[in-house]
Design a protein around this ligand. Structure first.
Ligand code: ADP
Ligand code: MG
Length: 250
């Protein structure tokens, strides 16, 4: 079966149903998510966009089990997150979910290679050596493996962080503003790499961003406004993303 056929037949990697999130109490209540229904296809690269305060980070945190929704359900593959004990949730995050944040979160005393292998060591799993080699070559980090983070550029550090997320073959990688700390050239490098890992490794990626150029690397962009999912576009271009954002803010 080709990768495209596999994708077409696979159930969605992540499904959120009637998701709500309320912060605070009484007068101080903030309805950050107001009944979000969305699913993320396996092997696709999806961007989440919306104005500041629209609920992007909250949605990502609830989808990834980093924060508990007020009501509604989240499924990662066939597992329902909502209602898992803290211990099961921690295991599920470790085994099925990869994270990439704006800050690279690499350990400064470890080399690039040690940082990349760390999640496998933590969960006492065998490194899949062919996958390791493929990831390293895709990221273009072969000659940087023995460098420590301070000896790498921002773009290289973020590629190490993405490689670290890929190496445990998570069901989904969540990325929150992964290019937020990078200049546009390094940002483009990281985004191309994210897209390549979707195309060539079949990785599923969900990325929060406020940058139309970053979103244009995705297969699909979903737009939030005031805690609701209001529209989406496929095969985005920077211009079509920008036009949609302008309409939303109007
Ligand atoms: N921990 C929190 N406590 C109270 N309100 C919060 C908290 N986190 C987010 N919010 C509020 O929820 C809404 C959505 O925030 P957020 O998800 O961070 O939006 P975005 O990522 O799109 O900028 C905003 O009104 C924000 O002020
Ligand atoms: Mg945010």
């Amino acid at each position: 079966m080709t990768l495209t056929e596999t994708r077409r037949q696979a159930p969605p990697a992540v499904v959120a149903t009637d998701l709500t999130k309320v912060y605070g109490q009484g007068d101080a209540q903030v309805h950050a998510l107001r009944g979000v229904n969305v699913s993320f296809a396996t092997g696709a690269f999806t961007a989440i966009m919306g104005p500041s305060g629209s609920g992007k980070s909250t949605l990502m945190h609830c989808l990834a089990g980093l924060d508990a929704a007020t009501s509604g359900t989240v499924h990662i593959g066939d597992v329902e997150l909502t209602g898992l004990s803290d211990k099961r949730l921690t295991m599920l995050r470790r085994e099925r979910i990869g994270f990439v944040f704006q800050a690279f979160n690499l350990l400064p005393t470890l080399t690039a290679e040690q940082n990349i292998r760390l999640p496998l060591e933590i969960s006492a799993r065998q490194a899949d050596q062919p996958l390791f080699d493929r990831v390293i070559d895709t990221v273009g980090l072969r000659d940087r493996l023995s460098h420590r983070p301070t000896e790498l550029s921002g773009g290289q550090q973020q590629r190490v962080a993405v490689a670290r997320a890929l190496i445990s073959k998570p069901q989904v990688i969540f990325a929150d503003e992964p290019t937020g700390n990078l200049d546009s050239r390094s940002g483009a490098e990281v985004l191309s790499f994210l897209r390549t890992s979707v195309r060539e490794l079949g990785q599923t990626i969900v990325m929060v961003t406020h940058d139309p150029v970053a979103a244009s690397y995705a297969d699909r962009v979903v737009f939030l406004r005031d805690g609701e999912l209001v529209t989406e576009i496929t095969a985005p271009t920077p211009q079509s993303v920008l036009d949609t954002l302008v309409r939303l803010e109007a």
